[in-house]
Design a protein around this ligand. Structure first.
Ligand code: FCB
Length: 458
């Protein structure tokens, strides 16, 4: 197989505001639902919080210099809503906008293209106090936020992502309680998912006004959903999970309707007590607004078993881990083929104008050895095998135009705190020292040569 990527392929690294910025109460930033969630005893695995995180708010120039030394062409970051609108709506906090202004100018001066994500999970707590994403008025607040940010940065930011992983926001946050705001109600999760989608459609229109030439997309977390056994029950369960995870979001966006089989499934599970009454006239047309690219976050596949799992998990089926399997520190199976299959399938089903891998990477704890360097060989293998998977998708005709490695820095990994390290740059959370890992050096060679042919076999 050709190991060279197409000309102009976008090579990037990704982060998100809450996970790296720190400075949680600096320059007028308000609290977000993740600040609140992290304060609950026992909610964050290692008891850490993100008050300082990677202190990127103060060290952004150093981090841009790191990206320059790696040679990456693009940086995907997110804008913290509570820095811009500390109580969710109303007058913009100029100091918050100024920070992203400095960041964007610094990136452009370094020749790095800024890719801005508007919502990477840090809803202002004041909006949550009014019902958060289950309240339709949060859609209007998101439109205000989008106006403020794209109005200020739209002259320089040419790539926008409205939402990161709305399945995680709605299901992990509202049905499973595993993410902020920590609710455990499926009806709430489905109402929230609709409001997230509606806010996406409206935000696209706002960004088009403020940045007419920009490319706009949305990012989903994607897994290839496979049955755990050949049984019919497991096949049905896998199809249901695929419906919940992927089709529930992409059918409205690309086809202008919710998938009937998934509506019926949610109804049977008692998750739609008032049917789809949260979908108002005109909503689906707005959600169906054309976009320029589909962002795909891929980490692993989902092997689905029909068996009921304990009530605590609030789910009628299990996501199983195949045995034997190679696992990362997250317990996620290393399964690069699932990336190829997912890209091919999404391209066939939805025909997006362009696809971009907006996140892919692996958690491994490996830190500096006695004489300094971080030899994270397993991450090198993970990245290389997933880039091979991208090449295989391109070879079969998928319009894949970019790849963003998650993550530039070790950071605050949500409910796992500082315990899970995804960075290609090591961060010492005490001293804030940064050390480029072997995977960072490898990625640097790849992005400079546009090929993986020089790297050892995974
Ligand atoms: C994704 C999130 C990202 C990071 C990675 C590991 O679901 O978008 O913030 O936590 O997983």
């Amino acid at each position: 197989m050709d190991e060279v990527f197409p000309n102009g392929f976008v090579w990037g690294v990704a982060t998100s505001a809450f996970q790296i910025e720190g400075a949680h109460d600096t320059d007028g930033r308000g609290p977000s639902i993740w600040d609140t969630y992290a304060e609950q005893p026992g909610f964050i695995e290692d008891g850490s919080n993100a008050h300082v995180a990677c202190d990127h708010y103060h060290r952004y120039a150093e981090d841009i210099a790191l990206m320059t030394s790696l040679g990456v062409g693009a940086y995907r970051f997110s804008v913290a809503w509570p820095r811009i609108l500390p109580t969710g709506r109303g007058a913009a906090n100029v100091a918050g906008l100024d920070f992203y202004d400095r960041l964007v100018d610094g990136l452009l001066a370094a020749g790095i293209a800024p890719w801005a994500t508007l919502y990477h999970w840090d809803l202002p707590q004041a909006l949550e106090d009014e019902g958060g994403w289950t309240n339709r008025s949060t859609v209007d607040a998101f439109v205000e936020f989008t106006h403020a940010v794209s109005g200020r940065l739209g002259d320089r930011v040419a790539h926008w992502i409205t939402h990161n992983e709305p399945w995680c926001v709605s299901v992990l946050g509202h049905a499973q309680g595993a993410h902020a705001p920590g609710k455990r109600s499926w009806p709430d999760a489905l109402v929230a998912s609709h409001h997230l989608l509606l806010s996406h459609g409206r935000a696209v229109e706002v960004i088009r006004e403020n940045a007419p030439r920009a490319k706009i997309g949305i990012t989903l977390n994607v897994s290839e959903c496979e049955p755990a056994s050949p049984s019919e029950a497991d096949h049905i369960a896998a199809r249901q999970f695929d419906g919940e995870l992927i089709r529930w979001f992409l059918d409205p966006i690309y086809l202008g309707r919710y998938p009937n089989d998934v509506i019926e499934y949610h109804e049977r599970e008692g998750r739609l007590p008032r049917g789809m009454d949260f979908v108002k006239a005109g909503d689906l047309e707005e959600i169906n607004t054309p976009i320029d690219f589909l962002g795909v976050n891929y980490y692993s596949r989902a092997v689905v078993r029909s068996a009921t799992i304990p009530e605590a998990d609030n789910e009628p089926r299990t996501i199983a881990v195949p045995d034997p399997a190679e696992l990362t520190d997250m317990g996620w199976e290393v399964y690069p083929k699932g990336l190829t299959h997912s890209l091919v399938r999404l391209n066939a089903d939805y025909e997006p104008a362009s696809l971009v891998v907006t996140e892919n990477g692996a958690a491994y704890a490996m830190g500096p050895g006695p004489d300094g360097p971080v030899q994270d060989t397993r991450r090198c293998d993970y990245v290389k095998s997933h880039l091979e998977a991208c090449l295989a998708a391109i070879a079969s005709g998928v319009p894949l135009h970019g790849y963003f490695l998650w993550s530039l820095l070790d950071n605050f990994e949500w409910a796992f705190g500082n315990a899970k390290r995804f960075g290609i740059v090591w961060v010492d959370f005490e001293t804030q020292e940064r050390i480029i890992k072997a995977s960072g050096h490898m990625y640097s060679r790849i992005v400079r040569t546009n090929t993986i042919s020089g790297e050892q076999a995974a």
